[in-house]
Design a protein around this ligand. Structure first.
Ligand code: HMG
Ligand code: MG
Length: 310
């Protein structure tokens, strides 16, 4: 088992991070955050979400975020992917109207979570994605797929890795170029993550998998390290460890905290000598910017440690 030479970081802070915030966040702040992340060297940003605004009010302004990003002087930076989450054709049309240059669809490996999150069964969701995939193909837009609850579900408990593998295969078969495996509640440990990846990799090539690990139990970096050793080289993360999924806390279960902090991921990759293209100082500035705007503590241990040194 060897580590990859290079890792692609998928920055989900502006979407997965901010979607969970109750307080109003202006479009200008969202745009400024994205610009700072791009300046720090991130080349894939999930910039917003075109879901029902009644379900996730914080993402209601994603249309304006994309418009603002692309109309600002200089426009979108060449070589950067500005992606959007879309649950259905209505979301697809909104994303295309504002020129998102990549889409993500999202399914789950747990029936109850699927119902709570997108109001339909797993099977219905996959059928609903087919017209999005057809439309994306005709417009040439790449589509990434997510699977939530790959290890555990806040409603159903443990999740069978074979179930995850079946959903991954369906997502690949309908045309997702990559499938991101979401440990939505962060309950996984290296063993369960490895088992999950092994089951999925038996059906979908590991070169088409990514990991999306929430850090609720402090296991994310250990789980990422285990994933890298298995051959995964795409990792999702969120600046300052922002976020979570709004449909986890409904249950009264421990809420999902944010994804692994991008700063912590970058620090670990630096230590391992793995290329990633991100400037940690500039990234920490972006993290400081958004945590100050939100009035909350930075969720990145690395950012806190390095700041206390300076
Ligand atoms: P529904 O209520 O079943 O939808 O919701 P519907 O088709 O019956 O439509 C109902 C109303 O919603 C209609 O409006 C539609 O126009 C409107 P009305 O006629 O009542 O005025 N509507 C929309 N409006 C704007 N944009 C749209 C849209 N679609 C419908 N795209 C739906 C189904 C999927 C839309 C809803 O359940 C929803 O929006 N869910 C989103 C949940 C969500 O965003 N969760 C967080 C993201 S997933 C996540 O965080 C996990 C991840 O990070 C991985 C991990 O960590 O596990 C990816
Ligand atoms: Mg997530």
């Amino acid at each position: 088992m060897t580590l990859p030479k290079k890792v692609k970081i998928v920055e989900v802070g502006p979407r997965d991070g901010l979607q969970n915030e109750q307080q109003p966040i202006s479009t200008e702040v969202k745009i400024e955050l994205i610009h700072r992340l791009v300046d720090a060297g991130l080349r894939y940003i999930e910039a917003g979400s075109f879901v029902n605004p009644k379900w996730v009010p914080q993402m209601a302004g994603s249309d304006e975020v994309f418009q603002g990003l692309f109309s600002r002087e200089g426009g979108p930076k060449a070589g950067v992917t500005y992606a959007a989450l879309t649950p259905n054709l209505e979301g697809f049309e909104r994303a295309v109207a504002v020129h998102a240059n990549e889409l993500a669809i999202f399914a789950a490996a747990s029936e109850t979570f699927s119902q709570k999150n997108i109001n339909c069964s797993i099977d219905e969701s996959l059928n609903r994605f087919t017209p999005i995939m057809d439309a994306a193909k005709s417009t040439g837009l790449p589509v990434r797929g997510y699977i939530s609850c790959v290890v555990g579900c806040p409603y159903e408990g443990e999740v069978d890795p074979n179930r995850v593998a079946e959903v991954a295969l369906r997502l690949r078969d309908i045309g997702c170029y990559e499938v991101s495996l979401g440990d939505t509640t962060g309950v996984g440990t290296p063993d369960s993550i490895i088992q999950g990846i092994e089951a999925v990799a038996a059906k979908v090539s590991i070169s088409r998998l990514a990991v999306h690990l929430h850090d609720t139990y402090g296991q994310a970096l250990a789980n990422i390290y285990a994933s890298l050793l298995m051959g995964i080289d795409v990792v999702d993360s969120s600046v300052a460890g922002l976020g979570g999924c709004p449909y986890v806390k409904d249950n009264g279960a421990k809420g999902a905290s944010g994804n692994v902090a991008t700063e912590d991921l970058v620090y670990m990759l630096n230590g391992l000598g793995i290329e990633h293209g991100v400037d940690l100082d500039k990234l920490m500035e972006a993290g400081r910017f958004i945590t100050e705007k939100l009035g909350r503590e930075n969720g990145s241990k690395v950012a806190r440690a390095l700041r206390s040194k300076s």
